[in-house]
Each structure stands twice: as structure tokens, then as C-alpha cells.
Design a protein around this ligand. Sequence first.
Ligand code: ADP
Ligand code: ZN
Ligand code: MG
Length: 495
Amino acid sequence: MTEYEAVIGLETHVQLKTKSKMWCGCANAFGAPPNTLVCPVCLGMPGVLPVPNEEALRLTALAGLLLHCEIPRRAKFDRKNYFYPDMPKNYQISQYDQPSTRNGYLDFEFEGEVRRVRITRAHLEEDVGKSIHFERYSGVDFNRAGVPLLEIVSEPDITSADMAWAFLNALKELLVQGGVSDCDMEKGMVRCDVNVSVRPKGSAELGAKIEIKNLNSFSAVRRALAYEIERQIDAVRRGETLIQSTRRWDDDAGITEEMRTKEDAHDYRYFPCPDLMPLEPEDAWLEEVRARLVERPLERKQRLMRKYQLPAGDAEVLKNDPELGAYFERIARGAPNPKALANWVINNLRHQLAEANERLAAEHASTGFDEGPPPRLTLADLKFPPEAIPELVALVDSGRISSKIAQDVFAEMFATGERPAAIVERKGLAQVSDTAALEALCDQAIAANPGPVADYKAGKKAALNFLKGQVMRLSKGKANPQLVGEILERKLADS
Ligand code: ADP
Ligand code: ZN
Ligand code: MG
């Protein structure tokens, strides 16, 4: 039986992180009552003129740089003409043959490997209004009309539903960390059109492109693709010829349905927008944008693994949390044991912060005022200075405290800001390596546990661990466990 493979290209729209809309001063904000963020420009009244939002142009170029795109010396805006009640101008301003950025790529990890998907272009486009259907009539909310969107078009380099999912997550992480978009799915900031075809494995030709619309979450993209790939392969195996068409994803039913075929595809009659000058970015302007470029998440992960020999799992956590990554690097630079430091930062510090924030959220909820988000504790609010973590690790490494006691010291230091050495001193937590004191505790444990002692002597070596545990308990966790083991073994052999 012929094997088939999927070919997928994505067109992802993300809302740019600007204060105002693309052509007017109306706020780019979510959740306002319908038609309160509007003016003659974004309502498409006759006679008004659009004025480009500089920050949207900068963010577009910034996204292009993050995606390794070229930023052409000349770009322009075009009118995409169609009729729809949510767009009274009857055209949407977009970019057609001369986009602001093109020919880039996104590298991301998938199934343990770095994969590359080429980016055809990332261009600017305005959002339109939103139709709302009531029982007996419909309304249009124009709050979104004129909100700046970035449309990121990929080459058909994606080969499975899971890979599309990984691509979208990597794209989102890049744009969020790059400051281009908040990519908040719940606020509709990311929308995706999916193009998919199938072909015999190894074939160089592309099959008929089928576009799926109405995908509002990454998991919907993944589910729609999984369904559609199977549907297409089944159809081809049955001898059907697939034709270029557009389908709609029905999320509840979990199926795609045909909307239209190529014959009734839109002809948008694109033409240059006469109201807007072509864009001709200058060197100085581009340099300003380039100065805002951050390290890409995957690059940070790879660098942390190389530079500090971090395991992939640790580097992954720091890849997704740039602030934590920066905090780690502050204390790890030049440290003899960066791995141990990463461990403290990722496990203890992150968990203490999460717990503190849970408490804050619970308190906030219990006050009965649900206005605004709960206060959040961040790395900037820590009571102890960053050096305190290397100090704590040094206390463990030198054998002054056990790693178990170190957990308690950390919790104390997190709560009060007191330095680890001072906590150890004040609470008398230093590890007991004084042999006389340990001998006494060992004698006590042996005397109190004749059963396990007999077991040990009868050859049950595991009984030693039990006795060791008893000594540790008697010492309140402060005994040097290795010494205890040695003393116990000696005493049991002698007696
Ligand atoms: P259109 O002209 O209809 O916009 P494009 O060729 O510009 O089509 O491609 C739009 C999107 O569809 C891109 O993401 C591209 O990678 C993808 N695409 C194009 N042809 C195919 C195909 N045969 N199978 C799957 N995806 C495709
Ligand atoms: Zn407006
Ligand atoms: Mg196209």
C-alpha cells in the first residue's frame, strides 16, 4: 500500500502589542463595551485618512528580525477588497506583493531534534470588526477594527499535526519574549489558518491545497490537522481526486466541512492603497529596532547547556522563563558548580515563589475585592540578595550543613532575607562531625534497637540504614551521615 505524507503551511495572525490602533489613536485594548473604542477612521467613514502607527511598523520589523527575515528597503500597503458587514470600507488594508519582511525561518525543537520551518513573509494587516449574532438580529462591534495584526506565513515545511503544534508554541514563545505580542489566546490575540495536502511519501509534487478556517486555539489546530490528514489519505486511497478548497473546523463535532471550492474562491483585486506612502525603512531606524532584539529562546537554551553544562530539562525551564534565566546567570557566572545553582534556582526558588504567589492569590480572593489581578511576588521582590544562593551551596559543599538542612535554611532565608551562614549559626544547624558526639548518639541508637542490631549481625545489611536513620533523627538531621555510617559499622563489628 502506498504510504502518504502530509504537507502543511500555516498562516498565523498575531495581534501586535501597541497602545493604539494601526491608523488612529483609539486604544488597542480588550474587553471594553462594544463600539467604545472607535472613531471615524476605524469605522471607515468616507473622507478620513489613515496615519500609520510607528510602533506597529517597528514591531513588524522586530518580528522579522526574530524570524531571520529580510527587511526590504521598500514595502507598501495594499487594499484587499471584499464585502463584509464587519468592514464598512469594503477593503482591508494589508500588504500584498511588497511585504515588510520576508524569507526567514524559525528553528524549534520537535521530537528531540531541531527542526527548521521557513517563513515566507510576516506582513502587517489591520483587523476588522466582529459580528455578534443575537436571536433576532445581528450587531457589529468595531472595537477590534483597525487593530494591528502581523500575519506570519510559513512555507509548507511542516509534516504532521504534532509538528504544527510545536511550531506554533515556539512561534508564540519567540514573539512573547521578543515583546512583539502577548499572544493571549483567551483574548483572541492569535488566530491561525491551516493549509494541508497529502502526497505519496517521497514525492516532490504538492497535492491539492486544502485550507481550514476557524481555528482559535493551538489544540484546535492540532486536532483539525489530525482529522483532516486522515480524511485526505482515506479519500486518496479510495481513488478520489482532491481539489483545492476551503473547509471549516467544527470544534464540537471534531470534523472539517467543505465551505467552498476553488471555483468560487475570492478574487480580492488587491491594489496599492493610495492613502499610504510606501515604507522605506532607513538604516538608523532599523538599527533602533535591532537594538530591541532579545536572545531567542532556543538559542538561550542551547547556550545555557553549552556554557554551564546544564541538563536539557533545566535549560528548558530557563528557556521559557527569561527572568529566571537572567537570575541564574547572575549567580552562575564564574561559579564552580553552576549545575547545583541551577538546581536551587529551578527547584527551591521557583517553588517558593509559586507557593508565595498562591498564598497571595488566596488572600486577595478572600478580601472579597475581585478588582484587578492579585499582587504577585517576583524575583525583584526577593528579600535575600542573589549571592545568598551560592553561599548556601558552599555551606553544603564544605560539609558544614547537610543538603536536607539546607532546604530549611533556604526556606528561612526566603522568608526573612537573613543570610545562610547567620541562620546556621543562630539556629545551631551546623552538621555534627564531632566524633565523640556522634559516637554517643550511635551508642544510644544501638541500645534502643536490639532487633535491627541482631538483624544486621545475621547478615541483613539493610538494617544499617534503619539504624543510621535513627541516629539522624536523634541529631535532628544534623549528624554527618557518612560519619554515622562508618561509626555504626565499626561499633557493630566490634560488639
Ligand atoms: P494563496 O495564494 O492561496 O495564499 P500560497 O501559495 O500563498 O496560497 O500559500 C498559502 C499557505 O499555504 C502558505 O502557508 C503555504 O505554505 C501553504 N501551502 C501552499 N501550497 C500548499 C500545499 N499544496 N499543501 C499545503 N500547504 C500549502
Ligand atoms: Zn479609531
Ligand atoms: Mg498567498
